[in-house]
Design a protein. Sequence first.
Length: 471
Amino acid sequence: MSIYLALDQGTTSTRALKVAADGTASIVFSATHKQHFFGTDRVEHDPEELLANLRAALSAAGEVTAIGLSNQGESCLAWDAIDGRPLSPVIVWQDRRTAAQVAALSPVQAEIMALSGLPLSPYFSAAKLAWLLENNDDVKDARRAGRLMLGTTDAFFLQRLTGRAATDITTASRTALMNIATGQWDSRLCQIFGVPIECLPPILPTVGDFGAIKGTPLTASVVDQQAALYGHGCRVAGDTKITFGTGAFALSLTGSYPRLGGQNGLLPTVAWSIGGETSYATDGGVHAAGAAVDWAQRIGLLNDPAELNTFEAGPAIDRGLTFVPALAGLGSPHWDDSAAGLFIGMTGATTRQDMQQALIEGIALRASEIVAAMASDAPVTRISVDGGVSRSRYLCQFLADTTGCTVVIPGIDELTAYGTAQLAAFALGETLRTPQPSETITPAPCDRRSRLTRFSRAVDRARGWHAADAG
Ligand SMILES: O=P(O)(O)OC[C@H](O)CO
């Protein structure tokens, strides 16, 4: 029987899932890597550490039929085109060091949006790569010597593991350098950001020939969020998932054309390109979900995430207490890098549990804002969820109530890796089954409008906080 290996290289860990042709799956490797934080706005990874974890995952897996690779999206670096040596750390998607450079591009933001489909934000790779070109001497030297490669982590891993750098169209769609209509690097976008187009890797379809690792074909490469969308079994327009990982990322399939125009603060993105057909999705990100839970643990607000599973009191938001998880600014639909995390509504009677409840609700309320933005475009009735934070039963019920959608919890945990394995198998003509739901949560009646209105008043207060400090 064929066996497929998914390598899921994510923001906090590298995981390897082996999936047999009958759909049985087992994790064979998992390792976290160091998060290098500098100041309030910089987050880096060591590219060699990530690569070592991928190599360890490959050896733990043993022989397989084919391999799929999923990556952490916008995170990017520079490396030597000839020997593959990293010339910079990985600048992680959460890193906001380029906020000032990005703000300076506001006169051309409409053009950037029209070409890439994306708003101006330090989140995307383009400004990060430009920053490396301006600030890293090794990168400058390599450019002068004609040896410079710039790209997302997938392309670096592929160069080192298969000998050939390449990226896929889903990942390229997260850089702000790809033309969303053509699926190719755009010379005007490269010119605007100051990124030499000749230093970028070729863009390939999501499923196909990405070379081989020690003779085993690598047949799919994809952003982790898109892999999860596929793993959830989303196949037709309107199918929606939210992965509650470090951030919470909602993706809703839109069909065979991108929804352009930046409507509702959502991003048009490529879901996948398979067999000559490209599917698109809208994407909305909450940049701190699990990151907010980790923070709460670090400061002692929480001893264990299991404390977020049940609460005796009614919802904190209905009692006037809420939390805006803008620990790394606000993503969709607000796009405000100067927003700050905020608890509001405390009184002398507010307890530790109330604050915990507000914390988990704040993550769900941000996700609900995104679902509301998606629903204003096309109906969303059902949301499939995964990721560590979705283990909170309270979050899932609160999300169902606040969005009015049925929330589906799939029967397996590793949806990103499973979707990656499904894509790798597809290349060989094999269809791995869709995981069945383990639980379906129906929405209970509540005053949705008042919850969202109250939360949006809190969001207004969180917005611009750091900008006001600077002024
Ligand atoms: O690695 P994850 O699962 O935190 O996902 C990262 C996203 O793709 C960033 O946009």
